[in-house]
Design a protein. Structure first.
Lengths: 445, 464
């Protein structure tokens, strides 16, 4: 079936039925997940996905419907329903669908190997990861999960303003949570990798990382409450950078629901902090030619030498602000409305290795993982649980767990005093190296 | 939809390579979602998704495939995909289903949300907005209403053939209060496996007022303290801590993988004798009140901890089979896109004997955690973290001033050991919650006021 033509047909029918503007978004895809336990297959999940979201604008109000039933006899009903729903919504002149002004450049984000590699080979990758983890350290006694997953999908976006576009993409990932045990004490550690290319998956490295992390913080104890230097490994930077992603969300800023809402053009971070949002790098998961409203994705400086350059916008917020949308509309599924999200938020690496920035610390805390979502979006205050290892005289000493680190995001960004050269894609559209913070409150005993 | 004969044929195909257990799950989920912000009805959305998931269990291995294409050919392919996990043709068997049944309906829905006009739902949302904005310190109001009707059917090679329909509704708001340079959010929610009758009378206005009170009170909050102290955890919402810090560790998959802090502790005293915890989906109209789980097992009350002694775990079919345990009705799944795993339903810490006043009066200096905004646990170590969005200091047995930005951090077992007072004022957390464990589950949880002798409060204020 030609889904582009199918979608064009619905867009036209919706106009005939009374919509002022209409838009159809279709996802057709395949996904697979493999899990192993004790070197044997634990589960294999395979699926074909197909679903559609229709949005219409009537009298400047938006109504939307979604379905997994793509049969022709369902379409008329859906169109009528979407129009009826739009009449219930409030009139808002900024409700618009995208009017394309240039042709998006194709980007190679489809590795056919992801789809075509036989399942046995994928199982083998998970086995290697598990085996490496268990062999790398005797203290590793169990795993919570060890998995491979991939997804191949085609996205079709058509609207009544002349947009008609589709692209195909694929991605894969591996990960594991390993448990280290010493007597009664247990500790887990995670390893993960996200990749656009099947051949770049490195199960040995991921297995070793997960096992290493579990052993490093095993038997961790709280430290004395006080203020110390903190080093965050890339995975631990993830939750803080998600906090920044939220804070530069154009919609949240317009609603004052961000600690950065009034800080455009101001110095908000240390001189060495540079962050870009790049939707064009074919290696990263958040890249595609267009966003989920059809806007061409770009590469933008968000924080330059510590100065906040701007925010992320979808069509609604951009038209409200009178600027061009930035290509940051994202639909987590065909059932979801577009929302603002970074494409790939990339913290520009420095030139020192993580070991070098650790060795310069007299006394501090190396954090391997954080738990909790403790950032107050409005004030930037946060407090999250952390575990890792204590640093004394530039060296790792005792494992640490059961403490919280607390500060304010504004303080933390200004206190960044070193950024390492080891950027890693850690999920949720975040790519970060190891980062060092001069001082933070650590709450323990 | 599929008839009995077609389902039997699909189950037989799924078992072509053996395995010993095959299961078909059909689901149709219909939903209405309305959101309001900036004084505008932003989105009115309606949708449905329908699909079939087929599972084959062979020993410890699970093969799962699902399809959104419901043509019989597509479903045959789905069955074939799931069958590939098994490699012991000797175990091939044929499925003969019992007559289809439904669970006994003990708590009927008075007003099914699909019978309520969209315009009525829109006006419900608008009422929350109007009430919240009456206070001029409130500058932003976000409101979300959602209802869901899930019809599902489970059939398996053991002959089980059962269907059910679940109704779920939820209305929540988040407001922002601003005074000068200070801004603080407030939130409130109501919902559960209950119909539109939940929102009658002045319920929307009360939801708005609760969020407004929280946001405006917290405007005068001081920095949270840092360090160890006695902590009083509020009834209702406070029970998210029990769900996260204790509940997850008692799910049988964690136990069997030996990554739970509770492995090998059955029938042993693990915590304070004041603590009794049950998982009880049979209490109706709460966030986890299901009649059957998504494997077709009847909902059951499971005692997890009784007077401090560990009594049981929560199982799905696969984990129960592994150790010949009784099914507890905890095999749940987010949708046909997921296979079931052990999940909680309504997790409750039961009443003790102290009154709220007695608990406060006997706390000379401490922290009162009234509302959490989220939490997370590491099931291996039992370590958890909770963000307190509404918290107060207790001084000389009285609640004195609000504090912001606090987090509680501790260890599940350690906290339960340190529970030294349990209140007699049990309520469920209004609206329950959405629990994530690789897939979502709608859950409920409740507790009376409890006091923990000592717990680390992670704030920024060091010393007094």
């Amino acid at each position: 079936m030609n889904y582009l033509e199918f979608a064009q047909d619905i867009v036209k029918k919706a106009l005939k039925s009374g919509a002022d503007q209409s838009e159809v978004y279709i996802i057709k895809g395949k996904e697979m997940e493999i899990r192993t336990a004790k070197m044997k297959i634990e589960s294999i999940k395979e699926a074909r996905k197909l679903g559609m979201g229709i949005r219409v604008i009537v009298n400047k109000g938006i109504g939307s419907v979604y379905t997994s039933n793509m049969k022709q006899d369902n379409i008329e009903k859906l169109i009528d329903e979407s129009i009826a729903l739009a009449r219930e919504a409030s009139e808002d002149k900024f409700n618009l669908f995208y009017k394309p002004c240039s042709v998006p450049k194709e980007i190679d984000i489809y590795d056919e190997k992801i789809e075509q590699t036989p399942i046995e080979e994928k199982v083998e990758i998970v086995r290697i990861m598990e085996k490496t983890a268990f062999e790398s350290n005797k203290m590793i006694t169990a795993s919570n999960y060890v998995s491979y997953n991939d997804e191949t999908r085609e996205v079709f976006i058509v609207n009544s303003n002349g947009l008609s576009y589709s692209y195909k993409e694929a991605g894969c990932g591996i990960g594991g949570e390993f448990i280290a045990t010493k007597g009664e004490i247990k500790q887990s550690g995670y390893g993960m990798q996200i990749s656009r290319s099947f051949d770049k998956l490195n199960p040995c490295k991921v297995g070793k990382e997960g096992a290493g992390e579990a052993c490093l913080s095993l038997g961790g104890k709280p430290v004395k409450t006080g203020k110390f230097s903190v080093v965050l490994k890339p995975e631990a930077c993830g939750s803080f950078l998600s906090g920044i992603a939220n804070a530069i969300n154009g919609r949240k800023c317009m609603q004052r629901n961000s600690f950065l809402w009034d800080k455009q053009g101001e110095k908000i971070g240390s001189d060495i902090l540079n962050i870009i949002d790049d939707g064009t790098n074919p290696e990263w998961a958040g890249t595609s030619p267009v966003d989920d409203e059809g806007v061409i994705k770009t590469k933008r400086e968000m924080i330059k030498n510590g100065v906040l350059q701007g925010f992320l916008y979808d069509i609604y917020t951009a038209s409200k602000k009178g600027i061009t949308p930035t290509g940051n509309a994202k639909r987590p599924s065909y059932a979801a409305d577009p929302m603002i999200s970074p494409n790939n938020l990339f913290v520009m690496p420095g030139d020192k290795t993580p070991e070098e920035i650790i060795s310069q610390i007299d006394e501090g805390f190396y954090i391997t993982s954080t738990i909790g979502f403790g950032i107050n979006p409005i004030t930037g205050d946060f407090s999250v649980g952390a575990c890792g290892v204590w640093i004394k005289g530039g060296k790792f000493t005792l494992p640490v767990a059961g403490v919280t680190i607390a500060s304010n995001m504004k303080e933390m960004l200004k206190n960044i005093d070193a950024i390492a050269n080891d950027p890693k894609e850690v999920g949720n559209g975040i790519i970060s190296p190891t980062i060092r913070i001069k001082e933070m409150t650590i709450a323990g005993e | 939809m599929l008839d009995k004969k077609e389902i039997e044929e699909l189950l037989d195909i799924a078992q072509e390579n053996g395995g010993g257990f095959a299961e078909l799950y059909y689901e149709k989920k219909e939903s209405d979602i309305i959101s309001m912000e900036e004084n505008k009805i932003k989105s009115v959305k309606s949708g449905d998704s329908e699909g079939v998931g087929i599972r084959v269990i062979s020993g410890d291995k699970t093969g799962y495939a699902y399809s959104e294409d419901l043509s019989f050919d597509a479903l045959k392919n789905t069955a074939i995909t799931s069958s590939k996990i098994a490699k012991d043709k000797a175990k091939t068997s044929f499925s003969r289903l019992s007559p289809k049944r439904k669970p006994v309906l003990v708590a009927p829905i008075s007003i099914p949300p699909e019978e309520v006009k969209k315009s009525e739902k829109v006006s419900l949302v608008k009422r929350v907005n109007e009430t919240a904005r009456r206070d001029d310190r409130i500058k932003q109001v976000l409101i979300g209403y959602q209802d869901m009707r899930r019809h599902f059917l489970v059939a398996n090679s053991l002959g089980l053939f059962i269907e059910d329909t679940e109704i779920y509704t939820r209305l929540g708001t988040q407001v922002l209060a601003i005074k000068g340079n200070i801004a603080h959010p407030g939130m409130a929610v109501k919902g559960g496996y209950i119909g539109y009758e939940l929102y009658k009378g002045d319920v929307p206005e009360k939801i708005a007022q609760e969020a407004v009170d929280m946001a405006t009170t917290m405007l005068s909050a001081k920095e949270a303290p840092a360090g160890e102290m006695p902590v009083v955890i509020a009834r209702g919402n406070g029970s998210v801590l029990i769900h996260e810090a204790i509940g997850h560790g008692l799910e049988a998959d964690h136990i069997q993988k030996n990554d739970s802090a509770y492995t090998d502790k059955l029938e042993k005293l693990i915590c304070s004798e004041l603590v009794t915890i049950v998982d009880d989906p049979t209490i109706p109209y709460q966030g986890g009140s299901i009649k059957i789980d998504s494997e077709g097992t009847d909902a059951t009350r499971t005692v997890l901890v009784e007077k401090g002694i560990l009594k049981g775990f929560m199982y799905d079919y696969l984990t129960a089979k592994k150790e010949n345990a009784q099914l507890t009705g905890n095999g749940r799944r987010e949708s046909f896109k997921h296979y079931p795993i052990p999940r909680m339903t309504n997790t409750c810490l039961l009443n003790g004997e102290s009154s709220f006043d007695e608990i406060l009066k006997s706390t000379e200096k401490g922290f009162y955690a009234k509302k959490f905004s989220g939490g997370q646990v590491n099931t291996a170590s039992g370590d958890f973290t909770f963000s307190v969005i509404e918290g107060y200091m207790i001084e000389n047995g009285k609640i004195t001033f609000p504090v912001r930005g606090a987090t509680l951090i501790g260890n599940g077992i350690e906290v339960l050991k340190n529970v030294d007072m349990v209140g007699n004022d049990f309520i469920f957390s209004p609206g329950g919650g959405v629990c994530g464990k690789g897939q979502h589950a709608l859950v409920g949880h409740g507790q009376p006021t409890i006091r923990v002798k000592k717990l680390v409060v992670g704030g920024t204020r060091i010393g007094s």
